[in-house]
Design a protein around this ligand. Structure first.
Ligand code: EPZ
Length: 418
């Protein structure tokens, strides 16, 4: 298993380019199942989760050509409308094939995701949405089966709680349903909007993506399309925090600055200067003191749960006590234990972490757990005294394209060892 060896202490200086969004590319890849025509996706990040999705789609019946960040998909026939356990257990976003398979093939058999490091992560909202659209849902042997032999019928769906991939799954089912579907309490994430833009290019009739109410008029068929995936706001946000924690001077290019409003406003309160030369660039300037500022994760446009671990690492360097609250997942503080091993002073109380800064972090041997927890350990290692060895970096490879190359290019002392 690969490890990262990081020598802390160097402030970062230079330019970091942003890759395409993993969490937008995943539903976009699944959307290709909705048509027999060719779909071309550009700016697809070459990360593990994307390769897992490409393998799953190939097993389902897609012919996929990968040329760097350009992925071409053609699915003339759905050969096997299934997502087997061995794939789903490595990536729960496999549930994104549910909606497209029921819509295109009239049935889907998907392994229940099972828990993951950050929580139970059920897909009950996805299933109740499909049921309302007319699918018959059954569960056995750890698999869920959705059947709609006569096709899906549009209806009104109100999610009990906001779910990003649940919204995306139902959106992809509704575009081929008969009649109108209204999705209420929909997720407003930019990735939902990006998916909607792709579906509209494919001929779907959708209004309101990005708001809590999405209206879809079903169509009989969808055609192929060409689409460039939006920038990864979580990757960009991670590098903004990397610059802040090292007191560096870093320009993050190719991002959508507007998608990081909650982060940049919060950082400004913490005394971190982030300027926005244009809408695709964020420039983090060397700061003075980092102030302790409380943060609570919320659905978009609130502070992203996927940046919570990274923010907690930053707060270990703040000049006081801050409270970091995780409202989206029930167990997303695994990074806290590892940060404490590096010298951080954190107390966990249910959904809240009380972070007492400023801690002098020292390098240690730590273990990555989930994708974003691992990123926060990299950030802590950049500012820790001495050498940190992070094990199981395959977690990081799931969602960050060439993180060690991007960081080394701005002066970080980081290397990957087999
Ligand atoms: C998406 O996961 C992202 N993944 C996650 O990013 C992100 O953390 C999450 O949204 C929240 O922003 C992708 O887009 C591929 P949810 P998703 O459904 O859709 C509960 C990363 O690091 N829930 O919005 O699975 C659920 O348990 C990943 O890139 C139900 O109860 O998240 C959670 O507590 C990690 N029933 C909350 O809702 C359901 O049917 C939000 O989950 C669905 C979800």
């Amino acid at each position: 298993m690969d490890k990262f060896v990081i020598e802390g202490g160097a402030p970062l200086h230079g330019v970091i380019p942003t890759s395409g969004s993993k969490n937008s590319a995943l539903p976009a890849l699944a959307a290709a199942l909705l048509t027999e025509d060719k779909v071309v996706l550009k700016r697809v990040p070459r990360v593990r989760d994307i390769r897992t999705m490409e393998r799953l789609l190939t097993d389902i019946g897609s012919y996929i050509t990968v040329e760097g960040e350009r992925v071409t998909l053609e699915t003339p026939v759905i050969v096997s409308p299934e997502a087997p356990y061995e794939l789903v257990k490595t990536m729960r976003a496999s549930s994104l094939v549910l909606g497209p398979l029921v819509a295109r093939a009239g049935r889907a058999r998907v392994s229940l995701p099972g828990g993951c490091a950050i929580g139970a992560r059920p897909i009950n909202q996805h299933l109740s949405g499909l049921e309302l659209l007319g699918a018959k849902i059954s569960q056995e042997h750890g698999y869920v089966e959705a059947v709609a032999a006569g096709g899906l019928k549009g209806t009104r769906i109100v999610f009990d709680r906001i779910t990003v991939t649940g919204t995306e799954d139902i959106l992809m089912a509704a575009v081929l349903a008969e009649g109108e579907t209204i999705i209420e309490n929909a997720a407003r994430e930019p990735e939902v909007v990006d998916l909607s833009n792709l579906l509209i290019k494919m001929g779907a009739k959708i209004e309101g993506a990005g708001t809590s109410v999405i209206r879809i008029e079903g169509v009989a068929k969808l055609r192929g399309a060409e689409h460039e995936i939006i920038a990864d706001r979580i990757e960009a946000g991670t590098y903004v925090i990397a610059a802040a924690i090292t007191g560096g001077d870093v320009t993050i290019t190719g991002c959508v600055a507007d998608h990081l409003g909650a982060l940049t406003v919060k950082l400004a309160k913490a005394g971190v200067r982030v300027v926005q030369p244009d809408e695709t660039t964020l420039h983090v300037l060397p700061g003075s003191v980092i102030h302790a500022v409380d943060m609570s994760t919320e659905e978009y446009p609130g502070f992203a749960t996927d940046l919570q671990a990274q923010y907690m690492a930053l707060m270990t360097q703040a000049d006081g006590i801050s409270i970091v609250k995780e409202t989206i997942f029930e167990n997303r503080f695994m990074h806290a234990q590892e940060l404490m091993r590096m010298g951080a002073n954190i107390r966990l109380e249910g959904r809240e972490a009380i972070v007492a800064g400023r801690s002098r972090l020292s390098g240690a041997g730590v273990i990555a757990s989930d994708l974003r927890a691992s990123a926060s350990l990299v950030l802590a290692a950049l500012v820790a005294k001495g050498e940190t060895v992070i094990d199981r970096v395959y977690h990081i490879d799931r969602g960050y394209e060439n993180i060690e190359g991007k960081l080394a290019a701005v002066g970080a002392n980081i290397r990957r060892v087999e």
